[in-house]
Ligand binder design. Sequence first.
Ligand SMILES: *Cc1c(COP(=O)(O)O)cnc(C)c1O
Length: 226
Amino acid sequence: MDIKQNLTHIESEIKLACQRGSRSEDDIAIIAVTKYVSVETASKALDAGIRHIGENRAEEGTAKIEKLDKPATWHFIGSLQSKKVKHMIDKFDYIHSLDRISLAKEIQKRMPEGRKMKCFVQVNVSGEESKSGLSPEDTLSFIKSLEEFPAIEVVGLMTMAPYTENPEETRPVFRNLRLLRDSIKDLNLSHAPCLHLSMGMSNDYVIAVEEGATFVRIGSSLVGKE
Ligand SMILES: *Cc1c(COP(=O)(O)O)cnc(C)c1O
């Protein structure tokens, strides 16, 4: 795995997608998803110029962050059990999988006084049963109800598109998440600026960027699988 070469390729694909979508590539952050790889490989990703790392397990992710001991922004991207929050809360900068009030309560309880956790609300746009997240219809009322948790800032929405051989099929999923984001952003809720879209993985990040992604979460095609 030549991470630097993979990153150069991904950045050039993002640049082209931005040109097609009339966007600035500065508005897109690449999260290297290191859940399949060792601490050493994650460290190489940082050396290659990656600034954002994503992990999906509370204990393993936290242990990796401690071992890496390098400056980066850490994203929790997996489904999060409430009882695991206390293990990870002071290591991660973002949680991409807020999908229920019980989890919001636990984040509120565990967050150090005066600090806010940047959260994405996860939406199951495609309606697949295997995917977690709120239905698009329930998302706004859920976000409104988060107002009572001062330790939570809703920075945006997150989704996972269904895996398909033809990434073009994911476009409506990403587009619908963007439209939902726009409608919530336009409400100017102080606890939910909702500026960001966390969407796009190895298979479909180009389409996600064309449709407005501001964070893409890329694992296998960037750092590989070990
Ligand atoms: C594993 C994972 C990714 C990255 O998947 P790749 O297909 O390897 O790029 C992105 N987002 C989430 C939520 C994941 O669990």
